[in-house]
Design a protein around this ligand. Structure first.
Ligand SMILES: Cc1cc2nc3c(=O)[nH]c(=O)nc-3n(C[C@H](O)[C@H](O)[C@H](O)COP(=O)(O)OP(=O)(O)OC[C@H]3O[C@@H](n4cnc5c(N)ncnc54)[C@H](O)[C@@H]3O)c2cc1C
Length: 398
């Protein structure tokens, strides 16, 4: 299998790279390099720049704003975006609910929601997990009972990322409790402003507010917000989760962070010697770089095979990408902690409104919060243990 890019693909890479360099506002780029989270406004600004260029939703059907690019070009686009580093478009809209709507939604839903997702006019969040229904998602209990033209929704979602900014939430709800658990689930779109919806923050180990609990008390949702057929939501959820794993290896992000580690380790000194020249550090850095190269080769093999696969059927090898990708992402944050050394120790949450200067170089303040925050990558999108179960069944045949 030839994994080299063609001349056309290399020209495309140069075009994409040049656009990202010139179009991404400097203030956002600086934040991304220093490891800060882009704000809601940053993401809206950047999404609209991409949308104006026609690149906000490249993988969607052309009639809804897609580009018709091959899987290889889409891979190049994602990698260049991450390497810039630029914010990734809001996945909950662009990669999750958008494809569900254009695949299973009715014409009215497509017209109403898809253009607003592409332009980030609506901020979406994902209401799947509940207390007691994470890995075992089909056990979810939140109910939606039909009453005339409405569903009455009651229950709780949890770990809902960025729900504090959301206009809409897509939910898996139980519409039939009398059948096998996968067969009584529906896919419902809920306006976050509906009376009875309450968002409560969960503070994570890095001190940040990224995830939430969302409570639903007698929330009236119009039946027109049901996607597809009642009780068929599990099929749509499986389709969505297979899309969630596309690009989950996030190779460009790891490349950008290793580049940053290299730069900073050249500035930091152990006595007279730059850290990057000490044998122990070089050995660790090189080990991660080799793992990343191997992961990139695996990703390219999956991308090359993608065009031959049935649509909507994920390659089980994407579970390998998820496991290795998250391990490498976490390893890069560990390397950064080593570069920062004792300056990683002070507690420096991003959102505490402090007015004292940080004790150490400016770039050091995000190392520890990032290290702690990125423990999440081996949990979300299907935990690494669950991915190992998939590999055992789908690849090894156990
Ligand atoms: C930062 C973050 C953001 C998230 N954002 C969202 C979001 O926006 N929307 C949303 O719906 N969800 C979100 N999630 C939830 C995420 O999908 C779940 O945390 C994940 O599916 C694991 O479920 P759980 O937390 O209930 O853990 P559990 O399922 O209770 O698992 C606990 C541990 O047991 C292991 N385990 C469970 N079952 C098995 C098994 N069969 N075999 C082997 N090991 C097993 C797991 O790997 C894990 O280590 C987010 C999670 C995090 C951490």
């Amino acid at each position: 299998m030839d994994l080299r890019f063609t001349d056309d693909e290399l020209a495309f890479r140069d075009e994409v790279r040049a656009f990202f360099r010139s179009a991404l506002p400097d203030s956002i780029r600086r934040k991304m390099i220093d490891g800060h989270h882009p704000s809601k406004e940053d993401l809206v600004t950047w999404s609209r720049i991409l949308n104006a260029k026609g690149w906000a939703v490249p993988h969607w059907p052309v009639e809804w704003g897609g580009t018709g690019w091959s899987p290889v070009k889409q891979y190049i686009f994602r990698e260049e975006l991450q390497k810039t580093p630029a914010p990734e478009p809001l996945a909950f809209g662009v990669n999750m609910v958008g494809p569900v709507i254009y695949t299973f939604g009715n014409d009215e839903q497509k017209r109403r929601f898809l253009p607003r997702i592409a332009n980030l006019d609506d901020w979406w969040c994902q209401g799947f997990s509940e207390p007691g229904a994470g890995s075992d998602l089909a056990s979810l209990k939140m109910t939606a009972k039909r009453d005339g033209d409405y569903y009455i929704v009651n229950g709780q979602k949890t770990w809902t990322t960025l729900a504090q900014h959301a206009d809409w939430i897509f939910c898996l709800v139980r519409t039939d409790s009398s059948v096998k658990k996968q067969e009584g689930i529906s896919f419902l779109l809920v306006d976050m402003k509906t009376p009875g919806v309450t968002v409560r923050p969960i503070q994570t180990i890095d001190g940040d507010h990224e995830v939430n609990e969302v409570f639903f008390d007698d929330v009236h949702v119009p039946v027109e917000n049901l996607v597809g057929k009642e009780n068929k939501g599990w099929d749509y959820a499986k389709f969505l989760l297979s899309n969630e794993r596309v690009g989950i290896a996030r190779i460009g992000i790891s490349k950008a962070r290793l580049q940053r580690v290299r730069e900073l380790a050249s500035l930091e000194r152990i006595g007279d010697v730059p850290l990057i020249e000490t044998p122990r550090f070089r050995e660790k850095l090189t080990a991660v770089e080799i793992d990343l190269k191997a992961l990139e080769m695996t990703q390219l093999r999956v991308v090359a095979a993608e065009s031959r696969r049935e649509k909507g059927k994920p390659d089980p090898a994407s579970s390998i990408l998820k496991i290795k990708g998250s391990e490498i992402q976490q390893a890069t944050t560990e390397l950064l902690m080593e570069v920062v050394g004792p300056f990683a120790l002070p507690y420096q949450p991003e959102e505490d409104g402090r007015n004292e200067p940080f004790d150490g170089p400016d770039w050091a303040s995000t190392a520890a919060p990032t290290y702690f925050n990125w423990r999440k990558v081996s949990i979300y999108g299907g935990s690494n243990e669950i991915q190992k179960n998939i590999i055992a069944k789908a690849i090894l045949g156990f």
